[in-house]
Design a binder for this molecule. Sequence first.
Ligand code: ITT
Length: 199
Amino acid sequence: MDELFFITSNRNKFLEINNMFRTSLKHVKLKRADIKKIEIQSKNLEEIVRYAAEWILENTDFRKPFFIEDAGLFIDILNGFPGPYSHYVYETIGIDGVLRLLGDIEKRDAKFLSVIAFWDGHKVVTFIGEVTGKIARCPRGSHGFGFDPIFIPNESDKTFAEMDLNEKNLYSHRSKAAKKMIDYISKILLPTKSTNSTC
Ligand code: ITT
């Protein structure tokens, strides 16, 4: 495999994973394709992303190795809301709306989940990444996208938006899912180099 397509409308998501490919999987060129895909209603990101990958295979003639990724912010006190509806919630009530829903509440635990569905040319394989943290009281930082200004991973005092891309990748849900996919590609799909040239 010398090229792999990330099917996404979100340039920031592409940049985050591309950064990992450039250091961990140099000989596979990551490309972005923005193909319209279908999203079913489900609470389960893995179900949503697997269905979308299979839909692409059944309804388009795209047959190069590709993956798609679905992510969401799950807030404990809101029973996991917005979760799979994160895109819609971001577009409608946005960060301010989420902060209003939480008000002054002390319990601000949340997590980001990322699920990648990877078509390896034969089958769809999924990889999951998770990061736990807290919702900040006010937005901070200017990097990243989406809910980055209000998410503080437990291992840091900064919001994701106060981190550059490399630092966010140390903690993020997406980098954890992408690392599993990169390991899978390295072990399963890339030919291993022989270390003994005499046999
Ligand atoms: P594609 O489905 O085309 O890849 P998208 O922007 O819709 O792009 P998702 O469905 O995966 O991406 O994400 C849903 C929303 O969740 C996204 O629009 C953001 O508002 C939020 N989100 C996801 N990952 C995030 C992250 O790493 N940092 C901040 N917000 C994130």
